[in-house]
Ligand binder design. Structure first.
Ligand SMILES: C[S@@+](CC[C@H](N)C(=O)[O-])C[C@H]1O[C@@H](n2cnc3c(N)ncnc32)[C@H](O)[C@@H]1O
Length: 222
């Protein structure tokens, strides 16, 4: 690649650079999100970084999301961001096997004055729940369960996504380990497998975004 004067482009920013640090620190969260983060710390439920949350809200708004599925509710930090970007009457269906996390997520949603009808919390494992959700019916699917389950969750997400919808995979790079050929442990192999499922699907237009733990987003052809 060359610049407008024919010379090589200057090196682009790498993860950990000042640019990434700026992107990560530029987002300000409201009181409801800050309170949810305290709950996440108390329960040890890792939540998306603020910049990833802002990306979720942006993508939800861009695809005018009315129906969103989230795999891995945690205590509702990513859910709050998704709801912020969704249509005012949009419904977030969010799945988690931990009842304690769902209790905390309900507190998080109430703390942000989210109307109860806008959230559908399904307590169960995605393996059991996802097959019951309809084909091509959701505007956005957010995958944030255990890395080892990413291939199964991504397969279900692609099935559930409507044409023009967006799938977002959190921790898609296994904190960057997918780029290291020496890393062949099962979670890293699962992250690679999930990325390949998306790369090999001709209906999907993907991009890796180096925010937080690494995000892979793809939109499905209309
Ligand atoms: C990283 S946290 C989700 C954080 C949340 N998305 C956020 O940013 O606020 C992962 C969640 O996956 C849930 N989980 C555990 N086992 C699971 C499984 N087998 N499938 C899906 N989710 C699971 C955990 O209970 C936990 O709440």
């Amino acid at each position: 690649m060359t610049d407008s004067e024919g010379g090589p482009h200057p090196p682009t920013a790498s993860p950990g650079s000042a640019l990434i640090d700026y992107a990560e620190s530029a987002i300000v969260e409201d009181d409801a999100l800050l309170a949810a983060r305290v709950r996440a710390d108390e329960l040890g439920a890792a939540a998306v970084a603020p910049a990833v949350g802002a990306l979720l809200a942006l993508l939800a708004r861009t695809c005018d999301a009315h129906a969103v599925v989230e795999i891995g509710t945690g205590v509702g930090v990513s859910g709050l961001w998704l709801l912020n970007g969704m249509a005012a009457d949009g419904v977030l269906t969010t799945i988690d096997p931990e009842p304690e996390h769902h209790r905390a997520a309900r507190q998080s949603f109430a703390g942000a004055d989210i109307a109860p009808g806008r959230t559908r919390l399904i307590n169960g494992t995605p393996r059991d729940v996802l097959p019951r959700l309809a084909d091509e019916s959701y505007d956005l699917v957010f995958v944030d369960g255990p890395l080892i389950d990413h291939p199964r969750h991504v397969t279900e997400a692609i099935r559930m996504l409507r044409p023009g919808g967006v799938v977002v995979v959190h921790n898609a790079t296994a904190d960057g380990a997918v780029a290291d050929p020496a890393r062949t442990d099962p979670p890293v192999a699962a992250a690679r497998e999930a990325a390949l499922l998306i790369a090999d699907d001709e209906r999907l237009l993907p991009v890796v975004i180096p925010l937080g733990a690494g995000v892979l987003a793809a939109t499905k052809a209309r």
